[in-house]
Design a protein around this ligand. Structure first.
Ligand code: PRP
Length: 179
């Protein structure tokens, strides 16, 4: 275990098994479609790569990078788009793939934006859900793990751009971020 961690919350095996299970559910639900898999950078990259490899339908890939300005109302105007899609999503079935839903602000804004752009469906898939922190009225269509309100890193998630490449998800020691 990385020395900056207090404990491992989700092991590689637990992640692999649950990600495969959820991806198979999505695969069934969207069978016969040609969805666009949208990864939200950067936290989702490892989850995204594992998840899409379990999907069997023809798939197109695209990415967005966004940052939120805190807890403003859930309108697309409050979400800063740092990298936009390359794809015209009118009439497309879009799968949004996110590492974590916390307040719900980011995904509430993204869902509204993608719907306004004419997507015929928007399916939200999250790896982690910190449900107790939710302030915006949105729920993922599929979530792999509900987690407590702890500072988690690894498997794509960072603290100050560190720890993203850890293959498991761990709880960071308070001493690391309270320094
Ligand atoms: C994280 C995460 C979501 C957002 C969730 O991104 O990837 O996009 O925060 O929080 P919310 O539900 O309160 O809106 P972050 O800004 O840490 O960027 P990163 O993915 O590049 O690490």
């Amino acid at each position: 275990m990385h020395p900056d961690l207090q404990k491992i919350l989700l092991t590689e095996d637990q992640i692999r098994s649950r990600v495969t299970q959820v991806a198979q559910e999505v695969d069934k639900a969207l069978a016969g479609k040609r969805p666009l898999a949208v990864g939200i950078l950067k936290g989702s990259i490892i989850f995204y790569a594992d998840f899409i490899r379990c999907l069997t339908m023809p798939l197109e890939l695209d990415f967005m990078a966004v940052s939120s300005y805190g807890s403003g109302s859930a309108s697309s105007g409050n979400l800063k788009i740092r990298k936009d899609l390359d794809t015209d999503i009118r009439g497309r079935d879009v799968i949004v793939i996110e590492d974590i839903i916390d307040s719900g602000f980011t995904l509430a804004c993204l869902k509204k934006l993608l719907t306004e752009r004419g997507a015929s469906s928007v399916t939200i898939v999250t790896l982690l859900d910190k449900h107790e922190r939710r302030t915006h009225d949105i729920a993922p269509d599929y979530n792999c793990f509900e987690i407590p309100d702890e500072f988690v890193v690894g498997y794509g998630l960072d603290y100050d751009e560190r720890y993203r490449s850890l293959p498991y998800i761990g709880i960071l020691k308070r001493s690391v971020y309270e320094k």
